[in-house]
Design a protein around this ligand. Structure first.
Ligand code: GN1
Ligand code: CA
Length: 128
């Protein structure tokens, strides 16, 4: 499997585990939760850069926990943390696919975020 990386900062104490198999957003979330983890949430540029350091391994865009499944246009993290930082690609989020782009991927070329259909198949990163 892919390497498990942990931040050792005393107040920023997380481990991130990238998975190379491609799943729907809900299936990826289930895999993370079965490990006692969550799909990755990102709360600062520092954390964004940290997560981006995995992208050279990625063979597809990568699921994050961000979604607006609850209320259209109101993006939330799957771990229920509030959104304090975003890193959208230009023009995103755009509900491009018939107003049903409710899950957020990190584009593996740029690290920027894009809303897509939750049924897309992407690799994913769990955070614990
Ligand atoms: C992609 O493939 P296309 O252009 O119809 C993307 C959308 C983006 C759009 C940006 C499945 O749509 O979410 O908003 O590019 N859809 C997928 O141009 O990746
Ligand atoms: Ca989009």
């Amino acid at each position: 499997g892919l390497k498990h990386l942990c931040s050792s900062h005393p107040r920023w104490n997380f481990c991130y585990k990238p998975f190379g198999d491609k799943k729907t957003w809900h299936a990826a979330r289930r895999t993370c939760r079965n490990l006692g983890a969550e799909l990755v949430s990102i709360h600062s540029m520092k954390e964004q850069s940290w997560v981006e350091s995995y992208l050279y391994l990625a063979t597809s865009d990568v699921w994050t926990g961000l979604n607006d499944l609850g209320l259209p246009g109101m993006f939330m993290w799957s771990n229920e943390h509030i959104v304090t930082f975003t890193y959208w690609a230009p023009g995103e989020p755009n509900n491009h696919d018939g107003f049903s782009e409710d899950c957020v991927e990190m584009l593996h070329q740029t690290g920027r975020w894009n809303d897509v259909s939750c049924t897309e198949l992407n690799t994913y990163i769990c955070k614990i």
